[in-house]
Design a protein around this ligand. Structure first.
Ligand SMILES: Nc1nc2c(c(=O)[nH]1)N[C@H]1C(S)=C(S)[C@@H](COP(=O)(O)OP(=O)(O)OC[C@H]3O[C@@H](n4cnc5c(N)ncnc54)[C@H](O)[C@@H]3O)O[C@H]1N2
Ligand code: MOO
Length: 408
């Protein structure tokens, strides 16, 4: 029996990219903005710095006054003022003058450069000799050099990093408009499953996927919610799905996605709303029996039951929505590059994701050592540092070849 409508990973992601999950927004205090995704562009109303600013301790001068200064022939200027840190530099620096200035101090009007104190010698209280010339603008951060007023400094869809919080603080933005985290309901199907706090009689296994997926959703910035173990039964699964859809923006169902007679997930999804199942099956290993669906503006993913497969497919299909990344773009923006230590076979016509351990070779090269084991073994994911991607058109990889590796 063939799975129907099998797509390549790229096609699956393209298909999903035509759909959007409705997202609400909220405004949060700046300090709660880390890792949140901006819902709007941020335009700076201010310039940073708001004045020309010294980057050194020394003397503010007019560069042309000390042109040609040298140790053998110092340029002599009058100490005519002192800039106080944090205060406006009041007054005007006249030709032939120097004003003492601290690092971060405001340049007085008329000055265009700063001479480091190291290149000056005090002649008397009123005069210094300068032993090196400076170019106009030297040792100065110009007004607006960091941020210009009226410009978009961060765009909608950007995930806030620590430096972004710093930039927002610099321009006086203390509340930020962000997307609400995506709410993600997680269901595990299978009559063989039992809860981690229950005994495991013969024939049963404990639910792994709910916990691994919960961690993945949280790590991606989503709000996970567990709906527990659901029987492989049409009505039970449907009732749980109806409730989970009402309470979430995305549903992850693991298990029950392949073609067994009791694999009802796809049929249930198609009764829940439009357009329903978009694809069932991907040209990928592991993760072939995956389902991608949209149900009335919410995403539903049927992930394979094998824990490794569920986690790999989550990263490819669900994570971009949670992180608000463009799912039609690169699989990973900045993968690591590592050299495979062994030959690994893979069929052409599918994307392979190989679990690998990374280590440094003697010459410092990053090496990727495959972790062998079936996709049902969660321990292999724990041993691995990431997965190496063997693309669609590649028939295996040889020892010594470079591969893209994504860290977990
Ligand atoms: N005849 C074929 N059999 C299978 C094929 C195939 O092409 N032809 N594909 C295999 C592949 S590849 C995968 S992956 C699995 C996918 O199966 P399902 O997604 O339908 O999942 P189940 O059959 O329910 O479970 C598979 C496996 O995973 C275990 N499992 C399920 N849920 C959990 C969980 N929450 N925690 C831990 N382990 C879980 C389950 O017990 C099974 O061992 O199908 C292959 N078969
Ligand atoms: O493709 Mo399955 O997902 O190998 O384990």
């Amino acid at each position: 029996m063939e799975l129907f409508n099998v797509l390549t990973v790229q096609q699956a992601r393209q298909t999903l990219s035509k759909h959007v999950i409705r997202r609400e927004e909220e405004t949060v205090p700046l300090l709660e903005g880390l890792n949140r995704v901006l819902s709007r562009d941020i335009v700076s109303l201010e310039e940073v710095p708001g004045f020309d600013r010294s980057t050194m301790d020394g003397y503010a001068v007019r560069a042309r006054d000390i042109f040609g200064a040298a140790e053998s022939l110092p340029a002599y200027v009058n100490i005519a003022g002192e800039v106080i840190m944090g205060r406006e530099a009041a007054g005007f620096l006249e030709p032939g003058q120097a004003w003492a200035i601290p690092t971060g101090g405001m340049l007085p009007a008329g000055a265009d450069a700063v001479v480091m104190v190291e290149y000056t010698e005090e002649l008397d209280e009123k005069t210094i000799g300068i032993t090196r010339p400076v170019a106009p603008g030297e040792n100065v951060v110009r007004r607006g050099e960091d941020v210009m007023a009226g410009l978009t400094i961060l765009t909608a869809g950007h995930r806030l990093r620590p430096q972004d919080l710093g930039l927002l603080a610099a321009v006086g933005v203390t509340r930020v408009p962000v997307l609400m985290p995506l709410k993600v309901g997680i269901l595990s199907t299978g009559d063989e499953l039992t809860e981690p706090n229950q005994p495991v009689p013969p024939g049963k296994v404990r639910d792994i996927n709910s916990y691994a997926l919960y961690g993945q959703v949280l790590e991606a910035g989503g709000m996970p919610r567990l709906y527990g173990i659901v029987e492989d039964d049409f009505d039970t699964l449907r009732n749980t799905m109806v409730q989970a859809l009402a309470e979430n923006d995305m549903i992850l169902i693991s298990g029950g996605s392949s073609v067994g007679t009791r694999d009802v997930t796809a049929r249930v999804i198609d009764t829940l709303g439009k357009p329903g199942v978009l694809f069932h099956g991907m040209a990928i290993k592991p993760g072939k029996p995956s389902i991608g669906a949209m149900v009335d503006g919410k995403a539903v993913f049927g992930l394979p039951g094998h824990p490794v497969s569920a986690m790999v497919v989550f990263n490819l299909l669900a994570r971009p929505f949670i992180e608000s990344l463009d799912i039609s773009g690169d699989l990973r923006k900045f993968p690591l590059r590592a050299v495979m230590t062994r030959n690994v076979h893979s069929a052409t016509g599918r994307d392979d994701f190989l679990r690998v351990v990374l280590r440094r070779g003697e010459d410092g090269t990053l090496l990727a050592e495959p972790v062998l084991g079936k996709s049902g073994l969660i321990s292999t994911m724990v041993k691995a540092d990431g997965v190496a991607h063997l693309p669609l058109n590649k028939e295996g990889v040889e020892a010594g070849e470079w591969v893209d590796v994504w860290l977990f």
